[in-house]
Ligand binder design. Structure first.
Ligand code: NAD
Length: 238
């Protein structure tokens, strides 16, 4: 690890939350596996059957509300607290709020958040863990039937990409945790960071699709491997 490193970016995916009991996208027992993506995670599905799509995300909310951060989330939050002179950001593909619950800051949810709703009419974003329905009225523009879970569906543009692009181009250290490297644009973030000079690490249980782009691979459960690595980072930079 480069001793002059000042800016660290984490990219996290469903794998970092697996040890908190949340199923990953591609796991066999996952909620996602019981539904077709085309039925619950596309804008066409939402236009066709909004109440069905709302019910799917309503059914996810209690589990994600109750979930607690694991050692991997907590170690990133610890790093942010310990290395005050460093800029440390988290780009997450996760719609859960486990980084927030761990006490982290500088979090960018590029695929949205389960505890947010967006109005398709006026763009107003509201926070709630309550159920949402296709008949809901926007608290801002007061129109009915335009409230959508603030989840980025397939075919929609991910959020905060301008900020993310800047983070990727200016970081010295890029650390990917628990993401399969299949879903773009996130799968291409390592390439940008590397092109602009960052050292790149991947934490995963297995070989991933974009594995060859990383300088270092650390295999195993993130809840075990990441805290050890973070301890080394703190010892090195403090
Ligand atoms: P993914 O399911 O495609 O891949 C998860 C990756 O994590 C796999 O490569 C797997 O080997 C790895 N993994 C599993 N357990 C791990 C552990 N304990 N430690 C380290 N690695 C582990 O997930 P993705 O790449 O994030 O893409 C799927 C999409 O689905 C995302 O865009 C996300 O929005 C959504 N999703 C979110 C959640 C959540 O918010 N918790 C859960 C499921 C899916």
């Amino acid at each position: 690890m480069d001793k002059t490193c000042k800016h660290i970016v984490f990219l996290t995916g469903a794998g970092i939350s697996a040890e908190s009991g949340l199923s990953t996208f591609r796991s066999e027992d996952g909620l996602w596996n019981k539904h077709r993506v085309e039925d619950v995670a596309t804008i066409e599905a939402f236009e066709r059957q909004p109440e069905y799509v709302h019910q799917f995300y309503n059914s996810m909310r209690p589990e994600l509300f109750a979930a607690q951060p694991n050692a991997a989330h907590l170690s990133i939050a610890r790093l942010q607290k310990e290395l005050k002179q460093h800029k440390i950001s988290i780009i997450t593909q996760n719609v859960d709020t486990l980084h927030e619950k761990a006490g982290s800051n500088n979090i960018y949810h590029i695929h949205g958040q389960i505890n947010q709703l967006v109005c398709l009419q006026c763009g107003h974003v509201s926070e709630t863990w309550a159920e949402a329905h296709s008949t809901d009225v926007c608290p801002n523009c007061h129109t009915q039937g335009n409230i959508k879970p603030n989840i980025v569906f397939f075919g929609e543009t991910p959020l905060c990409l301008d900020v993310v692009d800047n983070l990727l181009k200016t970081c010295d250290l890029f650390i990917s945790v628990g993401t399969s490297g299949v879903v773009y644009p996130a799968a291409g973030f390592v390439q940008i960071a590397k092109l602009y000079g960052a050292e790149t690490y991947e934490f995963n249980m297995e070989k991933t699709s974009n594995n060859y782009m990383f300088d270092h691979h650390i295999f195993g459960k993130a809840g075990s491997t990441l805290p050890t690595f973070i301890d080394e980072l703190i010892a090195q930079y403090q």
